[in-house]
Design a protein around this ligand. Sequence first.
Ligand code: MOS
Length: 703
Amino acid sequence: MNCPTSPTPQRTTTATGAPVRAEGRDKVTGAARYAAEYAPDARLYACPVPAAIARGKIVAIDCGRALAEPGALAVLTHENAPRLGETGDRTLAVLQSPWIAHRGQYVALAVAESLEAARAAATAVRVEYAPEHHQVLPGPDHPDSSVLEEADDDAPEGWQRGDVDRAHAAAEVRVDAVYRIPALHNHPMEPHAATALWTDGGRLVVHDSSQGAGWVRQTLSELFEMDRDRITVVSEHVGGGFGSKGTTRPHAVLAAMAARHVGRPVTLALPRNQMAAVVGYRAATEQHVRIGATADGRISALAHEVVSYHSTIGDFVEQAAKPARSMYASPHSRTSHRVGPLDVPPPSWMRAPGECSGMFALESAMDELAVACGLDPVELRIRNEPDRDPASGLPYSSRHLVECLREGARRFGWTAGPRRPGTRTEGRLLIGTGVAASTYPADVEPSEAEAHADASGNVRILLNATDIGTGARTVLAQIAADVLDVPLDRVRIEIGSSDLPYAPIAGGSTGTASWGWAVHKAAVALAAQLADHQGRFLAGGLRVSVNTEDDVAARSAQYARRSFGAQFAEVQVDRDTGETRLRRLLGVFAAGRILNARTARSQFIGGMTMGASMALLEHSTMDPAFGDHAERDLASYHVAVAADVPDIQAYWIEEEDPHLNPLGVKGIGEIGIVGTAAAVANAVYDATGVRVRTLPIRVESLL
Ligand code: MOS
């Protein structure tokens, strides 16, 4: 297998594979515009007022002082805000009732001539509450485990095969451990923001920082009870999302409400300290993993049981046990996700939801099994490689986990054999290495696209894809340039508006596979038209429009489709202070065809950095009295910076997968984070002999 870090030579003659980044210049020069940077004439600013209790009712709101602030124009509350229609997402019923479902939920919105005036007015709103007892932590008066409900999103009764309890009890070697991950928060560089305006003709136009303008348009059409065709949502450039911008968030609804109420354009840019409550986060999980195996490490029983929670106004549940169904062959297996409602801000998607949480537990448990069997952890995983997807029974479209493990071990300089914790030292530093596997679904969604060619040979590709910082325009241009055999600079990609042909959101690592398929199909159709005209562009140009709905449907359900990877970490732990520093992180991924070495590497190492951050730094603390997480900014919520990941390398297998889509593309947005935290924790075990099962790994975990 060949694992290039730069394009292979034979590909430099084509656009695909070239390490270019078309929109990079716009971003670094400030030419790229973000949602709060649209400044229509007479624009106003809005600032929300968060609820100061975690559960209860608003008794009275006094807006007098707020409206007396210089520049203040209006305060919206549940008493005067426009009535909204129904949508499936109850977090979007903003300012519709006096009831408070969580701390930080919006109770009012101040609108003013300047940002400063809006903030001053919001601060001056006086809200009187009738608080009720709130429950924000699973605890003494939380519903006990007998009343937790199963919440597997595709196996409502829970999922099982065989008799896992009996097989575990009978196994020669057993692992039985509980792993805990705290609540974790999304903190994209660009806080959520929207600029909304209503035209004289009654159209609603919203510039929103979202992962999918089409989703936002659909939600707004339901809430404002308008035909979708009368709404335009633009998400031209987006400064990161990680799931927190995947669904419509309250700020976009509030901006549209305020703009209608005052009859002028309104910008609402969330202060970072409000984000923790209103844009979703990863719920804390308690994960019980049991593995039974033969003395030589062949798994006979695998149970992964997750306890978590959801909010009273949201149904999202972290599906952490799901990857355990597909990772390793086991005749007896069970997964479950049991939850109860809490008065917490609604959890939601965050960076590989499900897989990221679950693979910390499973891959830590696999390391514990390797220790219990006296086996090399790489070898243990190879011994349990299934020949079909254990979850569905389907063949894999491609699965190269073993190749990733072997190639990673070679590149990393992995010392094979049983772990011998605490045996490698440098002065007072204990050195350790760890490995973990990664996986993420390789899903694809239907998409539309249009391709236009003008008389001078320029190509335009149009679809409502979203660039959330990944470089989506670049890879889509590369796909079209290759099919049409034109230079990259002849292809113009127009994305990021709901007025463009339909495309799914940038989420679930489906973007490039889904949009790219439609772009490929459109380019092929355009090339055929050009061929009909002997390659001459006609005076009026050519135009084709495609939809991949039937193509996607025809390929689903025949194969199990996932990406895989192997992550290797080296840490040093100071034996006196307990401080852990990451020395090296190396990942090898099998994620289909890689279209652009530069943007792909950026996705992989970005994910791996987030995984390292989860292992060592990130932590949200629920304050039971206050009723929300205590960390409100990047000074208290620690994310990894460059100095925390001094040496980080990503490689990939040249994986040919003919069963996915014409491009052979799997998504790569999320697999980089999956398993990373386990690789780090396993390395800490190797360094110290201490098995840390609760993240993040802190000084006090080791002393
Ligand atoms: Mo990603 S958490 O699917 O936006």
